[in-house]
Ligand binder design. Structure first.
Ligand SMILES: Nc1ccn([C@@H]2O[C@H](COP(=O)(O)OP(=O)(O)OP(=O)(O)O)[C@@H](O)[C@H]2O)c(=O)n1
Ligand SMILES: C[C@](O)(CO)[C@H](O)COP(=O)(O)O
Length: 222
């Protein structure tokens, strides 16, 4: 069976809002509901695991009633860091399970269905897959104050998809601050990561500016 772990266990400090950013409405629908719906649209069989801080779970349930949101998923508790939140989600997947597990930021509501499919399907053989986009601006390396070749770099998105046993094994390592995504975790045990094309709309809602972009993207989809 395939799984998607949707991480929504963060504090949203950079958004600076009283309501955690995953619950903020974009054109009338909370960000996290948009994200979950997108994965259900991709597959009716996919097992969704939602990771939410314990302290936010009652609020989320109230929100689901208010919006009549009825998608099915398993719920895991948020952890100290994203790494620990993913670990809590992975613990809900039986050790005997085979297939692909994706990890996706709850605050990225616009991965295209094509990109989700590409990540899951490529992971069946490649075992570790990340969606990326080219850098469209000039890049500068600050420690040496010099220009670098932007074609050497890519921006990394989610869903990042893995062979289930591989990600479970990688997540048994001790936590390191260098783990900024799930690819960095599997790479640390020697696994090569395969890049596939992402989609530019797949933004991570991080600051109030991103909410403006998200609203425009929804308007553009209509
Ligand atoms: N302990 C944590 C930290 C982050 N995340 C999730 O990982 C994703 C990417 O993290 P980010 O955008 O940095 O979210 P926050 O940590 O909430 O934001 P900030 O760094 O501004 O506090 C988000 O969906 C966030 O909810 C998580 O599940 N558990
Ligand atoms: C996983 C991620 O979205 C890939 O771009 C990103 O690394 C999350 O980073 P953050 O530090 O949690 O914002």
């Amino acid at each position: 069976m395939d799984y998607i772990i949707i991480t929504a266990g963060g504090k949203g400090l950079r958004m600076g809002s009283d309501i955690p950013k995953q619950f903020l409405p974009v054109s009338g629908i909370p960000v996290l509901m948009r994200t979950i719906k997108r994965f259900r649209e991709y597959s009716k069989e996919l097992q969704i695991i939602l990771v939410l801080p314990k302290a936010q779970q009652d609020y989320w349930k109230q929100l689901c009633q208010k919006y009549n949101f009825q998608e099915e998923y398993l719920l895991a508790d948020g952890g100290e860091t994203r790494f620990h939140s993913v670990q809590n989600g992975l613990n809900l997947i039986p050790n005997s399970e085979t297939g692909v597990v994706g990890v996706h930021d709850g605050v990225r509501p616009f991965p295209s269905i094509e990109v989700i499919k590409r990540c899951f399907e490529t992971a069946r053989t490649a075992k570790a897959v990340i969606p990326v986009t080219p850098v469209v601006e000039t890049l500068r390396f600050v420690p040496e104050n010099k220009n670098v070749l932007r074609s050497d770099y890519r921006l990394v998105q989610t869903p990042q998809c893995f062979d289930i046993n591989l990600l479970k094994k990688a997540n048994q390592q001790p936590y390191s601050e260098k783990f900024t995504d799930d690819a960095s975790i599997v790479e640390a045990i020697g696994q090569q990561v395969t890049m596939v094309e992402g989609n530019r709309e797949n933004i991570k809602i991080t600051t109030p500016f991103d909410l403006t972009i998200a609203t425009a993207l929804v308007a553009n989809q209509k």
